[in-house]
Write a protein that binds this ligand. Structure first.
Ligand SMILES: Cc1cc2nc3c(=O)[nH]c(=O)nc-3n(C[C@H](O)[C@H](O)[C@H](O)COP(=O)(O)OP(=O)(O)OC[C@H]3O[C@@H](n4cnc5c(N)ncnc54)[C@H](O)[C@@H]3O)c2cc1C
Length: 222
């Protein structure tokens, strides 16, 4: 099933990431972590679907997406760079399995943070954030999405890992088994994982080497 909705606001969160707020279509339901196919309702674009994760929470009176743009692909995300309030979007049915199962360590790479934006916002609303940790990998500090928001949500449990910059207060390099071990705690049973395929493969290997069972790994590939 598809429905039409309208862009209410659109702004840059980082140099290449947009936050897009839209009217919430009547009857639309989703759980934090789920995604949806959307298309732009304009000539040449209405049959081109792309998948994005809700970064709003279900009780919000609007829906929100957080979208990394790739101008060089000349695809939908490039088109969104020139979209404006009032533009129409076709939205399909919500889907996706990644959801909160219990306290854990959220491990994200780049735009792979989006399901965790919704899940962590929802935990904050329910007063269940305490103890959960976020390990967030990016190339540089300028690439970190919602750094201030996560810092105020999680404090010292928000750990940034930068591959291309060595800054005080930030881990440097790629996410390694040693790094995951450093932040692991007995009560944090689940490992939530989302990012680009190379990062996912590497981290899944690290979790296996640390003896984490598949049943404690919750993942979504982008
Ligand atoms: C479940 C799920 C949830 C997702 N949620 C989000 C989210 O919340 N936020 C987010 O930012 N992303 C998310 N993604 C990723 C997103 O769906 C797209 O992959 C991404 O936005 C592609 O953007 P594009 O502009 O390249 O669009 P497209 O229209 O898909 O691509 C345009 C063209 O670019 C070409 N192309 C593709 N890759 C390359 C490349 N590496 N180099 C050159 N050309 C290329 C393709 O051939 C295509 O014709 C999610 C993906 C999945 C599977």
């Amino acid at each position: 099933m598809s429905q039409l909705t309208t862009i209410k606001s659109i702004k840059h969160l980082t140099h290449d990431v947009l936050q897009i707020v839209l009217d919430k279509p009547a009857g639309l339901t989703y759980i934090p972590g789920q995604a949806v196919d959307i298309a732009l309702n304009k000539p040449d674009w209405s049959d081109k679907k792309n998948c994005f994760t809700f970064t709003s929470v279900p009780e919000d009176d609007h829906i929100e997406f957080t979208i990394k743009t790739y101008p060089e692909h000349k695809g939908m995300t490039n088109e969104l760079l020139s979209s404006k309030p009032g533009d129409e979007v076709i939205i399909y049915d919500s889907f996706g399995d990644i959801h909160f199962k219990g306290a854990g360590i959220f491990i994200a790479g780049g735009a792979g943070i989006t399901p965790f934006i919704a899940i962590l916002k929802n935990l904050e609303k329910q007063n269940q954030l305490s103890g959960n940790k976020l390990l967030y990998a990016n190339k540089t500090k300028a690439d970190i999405i919602l750094e201030d928001r996560f810092t105020s949500m999680l404090g010292k449990n928000f750990i940034n890992i930068l591959s291309d910059e060595d800054l005080e207060g930030y881990e440097h390099g790629y996410i390694s088994a040693d790094l995951i071990k450093k932040y692991s705690e007995e009560h944090l049973k689940y490992y939530y994982l989302c990012g680009p395929p190379p990062m996912m493969n590497a981290v899944e290997g690290h979790l296996a080497s640390l003896g984490i069972g598949e049943e404690f790994i919750v993942k979504e590939g982008f």
